[in-house]
Design a protein around this ligand. Structure first.
Ligand code: CMC
Length: 427
């Protein structure tokens, strides 16, 4: 039988169904494994485990393919907008004109925050990392919008989803304003999602802020590139948190916490810091040697990926976008030259070739964000802003799945076996 997998263990044979998706590797359905054999599988880091069924995003890491609801990321980056891509991720199909208009209006009308949330910011130190503020403020949304936290009610789920997508730019911009000691700027609903975010970040009440259309388009494209990426660490965190029935604001705060790490969303900040540390092209070989040295913890940030063993298609678009932004703003940055040369040298080095390490989305994003004027500490906050739509779409898909259960992995226990308590005076 070709659609089953055989397992022999402890002298007994078992058959497990093999399930096929619409594309991509088959999966061995081991849901009955423990009940039948009394054994678990062992897969730290989930390198061989599909944790759920999903119809949102597909990645072929060997070919460098990324599809959202079937549409290649390159096409979406070129032709779509972040609002349209958000609708697609949430609803499964591209919207028609009316649907896009309605969706955009709904999101736009939810951009303001409850006024009392502003006092939350004042509790943070001025030098707080924006991601620390994002974790706190997004988690706190559940205390302000508890009229939409009944996760069993599809209407509540939709309202919470819209609120999260709409308020994230306001929250991120306020985190920035707080760090630089400028007044918060309220949303202006005559602007686009991304134009509004630029104004809330860089505008001041004393002057009129003109949105630069090239920068607006570039940032919108960066948001599209970060919108979703199937079951990555932060998305899996959102799903795991949500599997217990936690409210969506708390789940997204959990996702933000996970994204913050330098192996995940924090890599864009780390990559630009690294390029600055390298400084000039003549120092690249030294850093490449360090990245290859097993006794040195240094890694090339913005390089390598758990799934992509080919060029990350998002990095290709990012590299083109750097040039567009530089041209529009009439700026250049020596770190871009360092990045280009570092990429070329690494891609020709046997270590990186053998391990299939290519630039990922974070390698060039920092160069663009920095040219637009964002400080490095805001980079991961921007990633969180854009990824919120993916998290929300995946969370909704999970809650609507009749097969959904609380996520509860097991373990290979290697600690002490049972032993008797020893009173303090006898130890
Ligand atoms: N520089 C040098 N060596 C590397 C790198 C790197 N950036 N990435 C992986 N390797 C080596 C690693 O040392 C290991 O070597 P060996 O087999 O000899 O022990 C091998 O390649 C496989 O690495 P791994 O850590 O086992 O692979 P992973 O799938 O667990 O990790 C990764 C994937 C993205 C965490 C890793 O490539 C990395 O740390 N990259 C730098 C951080 C980064 O850019 N992260 C952003 C990822 S994309 C955006 C996102 O998802 O948030």
């Amino acid at each position: 039988m070709s659609n089953s997998a055989k397992l022999s263990t402890h002298g007994d044979d078992y058959d497990y169904p093999v399930l096929s998706g619409s594309v991509g590797p088959d999966v061995i359905d081991i849901r009955k494994l423990y009940a039948q054999t009394g054994q678990f599988t062992f897969d730290p880091g989930f390198t061989s485990t599909a944790s759920c069924e999903s119809a949102i995003t597909y990645i072929d890491g060997d070919e460098g393919v990324l599809l959202h609801r079937g549409y290649p990321i390159g096409q979406l980056a070129e032709h779509s907008s972040f609002m349209e891509t958000s609708y697609l991720l949430l609803n499964g199909e591209l919207p028609d004109k009316d649907q896009l208009g309605d969706f955009t209006r709904t999101i736009t009308r939810h951009t303001m925050l409850h006024e009392q949330l502003a006092t939350f910011y004042r509790g943070f130190r001025r030098d707080a990392h924006p991601m620390a503020i994002m974790c706190g403020v997004v988690g706190a949304l559940s205390a302000f919008y508890h009229d939409s936290t009944d996760i069993a009610d599809p209407v509540h789920r939709r309202i919470s989803s819209h609120r999260l997508i709409a308020k994230m730019p306001t929250i991120a911009a306020m985190a920035y304003k707080y760090s630089v000691g400028q007044p918060f700027v309220y949303p202006d609903n005559s602007l686009s999602y991304t134009g509004n975010f630029l104004r809330m970040t860089f505008g001041v009440p004393a002057e009129k802020y003109e949105v630069n259309p090239v920068v607006e388009r570039a940032l919108d494209r960066i948001f599209i590139l970060h919108a979703d990426h199937e079951q990555n660490a932060s998305t899996s965190t959102v799903r795991l948190a949500g599997s217990s029935g936690a409210n969506p604001f708390a789940c997204i705060a959990a996702g933000i916490a996970c994204l913050w790490g330098p192996a995940h969303g924090g890599a864009n900040e780390a990559a630009l810091n690294m390029l600055h540390e390298i400084g000039t092209p003549d120092r690249i070989p030294h850093f490449i040697e360090r990245a290859k040295d097993k006794n040195d913890p240094f890694r090339l940030m913005g390089f390598g990926h758990r799934v992509y063993k080919n060029y990350d298609p998002r990095a290709t678009v990012m590299q083109q976008t750097v040039r567009e932004v530089f041209a529009a703003l009439k700026v250049s940055d020596p770190v871009f030259e360092v990045a280009l040369q570092l990429e070329e040298m690494a891609l020709n080095d046997p270590y990186f070739i053998e391990k299939k390490l290519f630039p990922n989305v974070d390698f060039y994003s920092g160069v663009i964000l920095s040219a637009i004027g964002f400080p490095t500490t805001m980079f991961t906050a921007l990633f969180a802003l854009a990824r919120t739509v993916g998290w929300v779409a995946q969370w909704n898909e999970m809650i609507s799945d009749p097969a959904q259960k609380i996520g509860r992995p097991r373990q290979l226990y290697t600690g002490h076996t049972e032993r008797n308590y020893v009173p303090l005076d006898k130890r």
